[in-house]
Design a protein around this ligand. Structure first.
Ligand code: PFF
Length: 452
């Protein structure tokens, strides 16, 4: 029937050993590292926030990624049906469904910000980004408050994403990630050297690296947790979906470790690039979502070969956004395709159009709709908050209970150890998953809604 996963049809698979790893890292590394990380660090008061984030990544992120990949590879289905394969006749699949909703919500606003990145890349490419007057706040403000332009760029970006997802796992997603990901790392490293040699770089580095624990409160803790999850693409069904195309011979633990390393590495590099510059140019680090788009043009204007660096950098932002947007769409498409028995050719554009339409409202919330707020948040802020700080951590909590108490650690171990692979520190993993992570998540939740 329609509702049970089809296990007879051969499932798409990654083409090479590195397919899964690069695609999942491509999903994890994105605007979350380059655009979101710096501004939430800025809002969260700097280095103490960074430490919390790192703690959450290692203590909660890594163990959950291992579990989430295992669910996908065992279930070999979309984010929701994989749960059904593992626990038939239970309601756990609803957690997978939350993931599909989360991806839908994130892509709605993610496509808008990715559209900004695409626009800035084209501006740089055509030589129209840098100017001597350096009025970058106004230039950017004018663009994002425009009632039409941001939507045009969002739609353009989404068309590219749809075209890649249309081509399927091997020829689309994998091929592009293999080309795009390695380029990113090289570019970032060059920029770190540039930025840390700016005058006053010291002050920025201090803000980023020297913790002031008085800045920590329950809001900051929840924000750091949300950032860790968002940045890793954790508990969104991405690892289940991409893991479902994974070959058995690849090490799940090794891949998870690699993904976490790359993700943290890029976020730290982004911080090392942006904060020295923010202090050098006297920009407020807590100014919010436009931080990256304003700071970088300043850096490039004052740099030898700045025009070229601007092109390269915004290409990088655009590309890393693209590989994440691809994963966001793929999770929803894999679901729609299997649920409604549609081909990729139909599912991808239809899903893309619906998401773009909903997303247009988040785009407008920077301009014509900025007066519409709820709990002091704009439509964009609300989408981001609900997805990153409410639904994802909540779904992560359920994921943890599922792994530790329903599917159970020894079953996860069997999946991880297929084809002679190892599960190092399994005992520690099991302890974290069963006792530590659920309690930590619960405490943070209760704390953030003021119960503790
Ligand atoms: N991890 C991505 C980033 O840091 O930009 C964003 C993201 C992608 C979140 C996919 C969630 C997701 F499922």
């Amino acid at each position: 029937t329609r509702n049970t996963p089809n296990l007879n049809q051969p499932r798409e698979q990654w083409g090479t050993r590195f397919g899964f790893m690069l695609a999942a890292a491509g999903s994890a590394v994105g605007l979350g590292n380059i655009w979101r990380f710096p501004f939430v660090v800025g809002e969260g008061g700097g280095a103490a926030f960074v430490l919390l984030y790192l703690g959450f990544v290692l203590l909660i992120g890594l163990p959950l990624i291992i579990g989430e990949i295992s669910i996908g590879r065992k279930g070999r289905s979309n984010a929701m049906d994989s749960y059904k394969v593992i626990q038939p006749n239970s309601k756990w699949y609803l957690n997978g469904f939350i993931g599909v909703i989360v991806n839908f919500m994130i892509l709605s606003f993610y496509s808008v910000i990715s559209g900004w990145a695409l626009y800035y890349f084209i501006l740089a490419l055509t030589g129209n980004l840098l100017a001597n007057e350096k009025n970058y706040e106004n230039a950017f403000g004018g663009f994002i408050t425009d009632p039409i332009m941001p939507i045009v760029w969002q739609a353009l970006l989404m068309s590219i994403v749809v075209l890649i997802v249309l081509r399927g796992v091997k020829k689309g997603i994998e091929k592009w990630n293999n080309i795009l990901m390695p380029t990113l790392f090289v570019l970032l490293i060059i920029l770190v050297f540039k930025s840390t040699s700016l005058e006053n770089a010291q002050e920025g580095l201090q803000f980023f690296l020297q913790p002031d624990f008085s800045a920590i409160n329950s809001g900051v803790i929840l924000a750091a947790l949300g950032q860790a999850f968002f940045s890793l693409s954790l508990a969104t069904g991405m690892y289940v979906t991409y893991g479902s195309y994974k070959r058995n011979e690849n090490s799940i633990v090794g891949n998870a470790g690699g993904i976490v390393f790359l993700d943290v590495f890029v976020a730290i590099l982004a911080g090392l690039i942006i904060f020295p510059a923010v202090f050098h140019y006297g920009i407020d680090p807590g100014r919010g979502p436009d931080l990256v788009f304003i700071t970088f043009p300043y850096i490039f204007t004052d740099m030898p070969f700045g025009t070229i660096f601007a092109v390269v950098f915004f290409f990088f932002v655009f590309v890393s956004a693209l590989t994440s947007a691809i994963s966001l769409l793929e999770v929803v498409v894999a679901f729609v395709k299997e649920k409604f028995n549609l081909s990729r050719k139909v599912a991808a554009p239809v899903t893309g159009i619906v998401i773009t339409t909903v997303g247009a409202f988040t785009a407008l919330s920077f301009g014509p709709l900025s007066h519409i707020t709820l709990f002091d948040l704009t439509i964009f802020g609300l989408f981001d908050f609900i997805a990153a700080q409410v639904l994802i951590p909540f779904s992560g909590f359920l994921l943890c209970i599922f792994l530790g108490w329903v599917w159970k650690p020894h079953e996860v171990k069997l999946e991880v150890e297929k084809e002679g692979n190892k599960f190092p520190l399994f005992k520690l993993w099991s302890f974290l998953i069963r006792y530590v992570i659920p309690v930590v998540l619960l405490v943070i939740f209760l704390d953030s809604i003021g119960i503790l």
